[in-house]
Design a protein around this ligand. Structure first.
Ligand code: ATP
Length: 457
């Protein structure tokens, strides 16, 4: 198959109702995207499966839903007000704006900009005459650190500094500030985890590549609180837990890799990304970080509220270490869209497009198709209504059955059910498997069980 271009995925997503440009009728708002009916189902399924794996099946894990707006001191304690920034340079000639680290990594892989200071980066850019990707000139401003947090104001006076609040740039702080609440109310014993799914906002300098990097996005984060000394074991566990989850979602293992960080954030003891081979190249998908007890220590310092845990096992008091597992829901959904698309040569001069989602992820689990609209549609509609109590179904009565199968393949419906004369004569339907294209005859009363069994995760 020819190399998959991002543009193709963008167009495909629009054509089939996965993702649309945000505010499209007004010419669109750059780097905002709206999920359509199919994309919304897909993303919800991603969230449900994450929830199942990280909360439901994970020993001692609890889910919360914290507010987007938090006390401004939270962001002082976390360090975001002072150091959540990207190194920005402008091309003096065409005024295009770039991240200095991206300019260097786009130019060479012989040096790692993560290990360089701002001064070293701009010297490297100038010494090597790195060119502006847009106009080709090599004339950049000095580096300025650009804070990525969105500011907004509460209260009636616009711009009143006392009313300054931030749209959270990560969901993690909601878990940290609720550590004691959850521990006490759930009578949780360390080690235990707190996870949540929610929106985050970052005023990215270089958003782009479809939903890979946007200014508003959803994160699925899980913080695991444990005792110092056990942290590295749990770090390894969560690194593998995340990778196994990606594989179980059906992502091609050849397109997944670990990237251990050379340069660690000042609070981190260990950090690793899972990267996916997106159409534009390898990109971070998922981060696992050993954050030590930095976050809780800082919140203790800034709030004045002790974050110590009294361990009933040995009566010691300590501030737990945290292993963070953090993934962008939109980025993971994008990886799944890219990974699931395939074009198949059917060997008879025709091809078909397939979204090969695992059944648990598929937006629609089943399509109900009356063979002949005139005779079979009434029953088929009733069947759709009945099965919709158990899983998402779609219904299609227009065009030849072959064309309808193709449309279902293109949106990743794993099972097509055709209602025909035999449904009336024998009480059976024809069930077609998306991947093998094989058809079996199934008694109507067995459909629910057949499908339910196969859509489990
Ligand atoms: P990057 O290096 O790509 O900017 P990051 O290291 O800043 O990412 P984290 O702060 O660790 O990312 O965020 C955790 C996860 O959230 C990332 O692995 C990614 O999946 C997702 N994410 C981060 N920023 C964005 C964004 N602007 N748009 C979409 N998803 C994002």
């Amino acid at each position: 198959m020819e190399k998959l271009e991002m543009e193709k995925i963008v167009n495909y997503c629009k054509q089939y109702g996965f993702v649309y440009q945000g505010s499209e009728i007004y010419g669109g708002l750059a780097n905002t995207w709206d999920y359509g009916p199919l994309g919304c189902r897909l993303k919800n399924n991603v969230k449900d499966l994450w929830r199942k794996r990280f909360i439901q099946e994970n020993k001692n894990s609890y889910e919360i839903d914290a507010d987007i707006l938090m006390h401004p001191k939270v962001w002082e304690a976390s360090g975001h007000t002072t150091s959540f920034s990207d190194p920005l340079v402008d091309c003096k000639n065409c005024k295009s704006r770039y991240r200095a680290d991206n300019l260097i990594s786009g130019y060479t892989n012989l040096v790692n900009p993560d290990l360089m200071s701002d001064e070293e980066m701009i010297r490297y850019i100038r010494d090597n005459q790195i060119q502006c990707p847009k106009c080709g000139k090599s004339d950049f401003t000095d580096i300025r650190e650009f804070n990525l947090m969105f500011e907004t104001y509460r209260g009636v006076v616009r711009g009143d500094k006392n009313g300054l609040v931030y749209l959270r740039p990560e969901t993690a702080q909601g878990e940290f500030v609720n550590f004691l609440n959850v521990q006490r109310t759930m009578r949780a014993k360390v080690p235990f985890g707190i996870g949540q799914i929610g929106k985050s906002f970052r005023n990215e300098i270089t958003p782009g590549n479809f939903t890979f990097r946007t200014i508003e996005f959803e994160q699925m984060e899980h913080q695991f609180f444990c005792k110092e000394g056990t942290d590295s074991g749990f770090y390894k566990f969560y690194k593998e837990y995340a990778m196994n989850f990606c594989r179980d979602l059906g992502i091609d293992t050849d397109k997944l890799r670990y990237h251990d960080h050379d340069k660690l954030a000042h609070y981190a003891k260990e950090a690793c990304d899972i990267e996916y081979l997106f159409p534009m190249g390898w990109g971070e998908l998922w981060g696992t970080h050993n954050r030590t007890n930095y976050d809780l220590r800082r919140h203790q310092e800034y709030s004045g509220v002790s974050q110590e845990y009294l361990d009933p096992l040995d009566n010691t008091k300590y501030i737990p270490y945290v292993i963070e597992s953090s993934v962008g829901c939109d980025r993971l959904t994008l990886a799944l869209l890219c990974d699931s698309y395939r074009e198949e040569d059917l060997g008879d001069g025709t091809t078909r497009e397939v979204m090969g989602f695992i059944p648990a992820l598929a937006p629609y689990k089943v399509a109900i198709l009356p063979l002949v609209k005139k005779y079979h549609s009434e029953y088929a509609k009733e069947l759709k209504e009945k099965l919709s109590k158990y899983f998402m179904c779609t219904y299609d009565e227009t065009g030849s059955i072959g064309k309808r199968y193709r449309r279902c393949d293109a949106i990743g419906v794993p099972y097509c059910i055709t209602v025909d004369d035999e449904t009336f004569n024998q009480g059976t339907v024809t069930l077609r498997d998306r991947d093998t294209m094989e058809q079996i005859v199934l008694p109507v009363e067995e459909i629910e069980e057949y499908v339910m069994e196969r859509i489990q995760f």
